[in-house]
Write a protein that binds this ligand. Structure first.
Ligand code: NI
Length: 164
């Protein structure tokens, strides 16, 4: 699937909850994962990035060069952060903002509740880069990009030569 790129107006939409976990949704999740893997190896992708304004994201930080605490490959449906703890600044990139990275302040630890691709509810305690990736992807569901989160567009956004 094609990835929408800033400033596409569809990236600003508030996404709707997923209520049907049937074959059509399963096929969509498979195609979303293929799209994530077809690119430069993004750690996450959100449904609205391919023009589907529904509350589903995929996050997988298990293959980082430097290992980080993680829960492996996650399909997160209707995710809700229920607790936040601490703050730290870190560098983020996004398939929808391919030419830039940015310094963004995020909670260091979160408690997350989400359904899996079959609708089963799970609770996760996350920290560090995985927690950051999840916060980034949930922002997509609320129509926000990392460039909307930087403190200063002049000093906290950096041009990159090529993705990754
Ligand atoms: Ni993104």
């Amino acid at each position: 699937m094609e990835i929408l790129v800033y400033p596409d107006e569809q990236l600003k939409l508030e996404s709707q909850p997923v209520e049907e976990f049937g074959q059509q949704f399963q096929d969509f999740i498979d195609r979303l994962e293929q799209t994530r893997l077809a690119g430069p190896g993004a750690v996450g992708i959100a449904a609205p990035q391919v023009g589907q304004p529904i509350r589903a994201v995929i996050v997988d930080v298990s293959r980082m060069k430097r290992p980080v605490a993680n829960h492996g490959h996650l399909v997160l449906v209707n995710p809700e952060i229920t607790e936040w703890e601490g703050y730290e600044t870190g560098r983020e990139g996004c398939l929808s903002v391919p030419d830039y990275t940015g310094n963004v302040i995020r909670a260091r630890q979160i408690v997350l509740q989400a359904q899996d691709r079959h609708g089963k509810i799970h609770r996760y305690e996350m920290e560090g880069f995985e927690a950051r990736a999840v916060q980034h992807e949930i922002d997509h569901l609320d129509g926000l990009l990392f460039i909307d989160r930087v403190v200063s567009r002049r000093s906290d956004i950096f041009q990159r030569k090529n993705y990754k």
